[in-house]
Design a protein around this ligand. Sequence first.
Ligand code: PTJ
Length: 258
Amino acid sequence: MSDYDTVSADVEREEEIPEDHPRYQDLLTRHRIENGVEKGITHLQGMHAEGRGSAFDYLLGEETIPSADAAERAGAAHLLLADRPVLSINGNVAALVPGEMVDLADATDADLEINLFNRTPERMQAIADHLSEHGAEDVRGLEADARIPNLDHERAKVDEDGIYSADVVLVPLEDGDRAEALAEMGKTEIVVDLNPLSRSPRVADVPIVDNIIRAVPNVTDHARELADADEETLQEIVAEFDREQALEAAEERIRDGF
Ligand code: PTJ
């Protein structure tokens, strides 16, 4: 099968996508986003976001590069060290990695909070139900009883006992203004974004330049492996991680292919 062979757009279940297809991960991702749109979870704009991400992933070689793995390990250490870690979920994240986010929350004792750019009560509820179907017991974000300062759109709406009071926040797949506002609030931010030039990874303490479908399970694996590590070991992992170097390595891979 060549890279140009395609799989029918009529695929109804992801099990129908052949795992030996050379672009399997990309087809799976597209299928999950389409499904998300059909279910009212993902906004139509999420398809554009996915297209952008997919182009960067192609240039990265559709693999977790060593600097991304180091970032994923540092992200796991931050989440384990945190007093109040929160994993933020938007419509793309909910469609692509619902069970994986529940698993990461479980491994790091973090809360899940829905936070949408295109916020409607219907989408909030659809995503909360979808996460519950994937095993989430408690999903935050629906209360929206606090606001992120200096942000004048719907993403400012957060839960007082969730993102608002979190010390470490995982912020996947979004543009940079909320990431900047959260940084101004003094939070430690772990950002997942395939574009190393995007504003959100550039303001992150830990920029993870990797596809979320690979990144989240890998952060969880690192967290499980580090579950019994003492605080000093976790602090060392955090201190050794170099965010500038991680961004540079990703950009170099994209520009030069190595
Ligand atoms: O669900 P909502 O209403 O909150 O809206 C969510 C979207 C994603 C539509 C909204 O946040 C948006 O428009 O985001 P942007 O500005 O398109 O930014 C999304 C970023 O995620 C881009 O830099 C993409 O390269 C990146 N991205 C897309 N897909 C993936 C990804 N990064 C990692 N893994 C992916 N699968």
